[in-house]
Design a protein around this ligand. Structure first.
Ligand SMILES: [Zn+2]
Length: 124
């Protein structure tokens, strides 16, 4: 007697009959499954983009009209800054690393403090 695992539809978890390589009962289940993954991927991207947009806004508010501002980590965290998200990094000649969220960036310095800066953009 041949024992086969009962394969389940990846979308609705019903047992599958037919071809061994089948993954879904039908096209509806296949579409539902792929749409779900697409929306998860979109949610992830949206969350990351929102976090980076918020980071940028926080740096912008702290910097205001000034060219450079020293601030403490708690001030950034208190506003919801997420350090894991940035758009680019820039290493200066003195071994410091700037982290940018779009045109606004910060340079970690001593005692959990940061220098907040703005990069010159092409429009300026
Ligand atoms: Zn199904």
């Amino acid at each position: 007697m041949l024992i086969t695992d009962v394969k389940l539809c990846l979308a609705c978890s019903k047992g599958l009959k037919g071809r061994i390589d089948k993954k879904f009962c039908n096209y509806d289940c296949r579409n539902a499954y792929h749409n779900h993954f697409k929306s998860c991927e979109n949610n992830f991207m949206r969350n990351v983009m929102n976090a980076m947009r918020k980071n940028r806004q926080i740096l912008q508010q702290i910097l205001g009209d000034r060219k450079i501002v020293k601030t403490h980590m708690d001030r950034l965290l208190g506003r919801g800054f997420q350090f894991k998200y940035h758009t680019s990094v820039y290493d200066n000649k003195r071994g410091g690393r700037y982290y940018y969220c779009f045109e606004y960036g910060y340079l970690p310095i001593d005692d959990n403090c940061f220098l907040v800066v703005k990069r010159k953009t092409a429009e300026q």
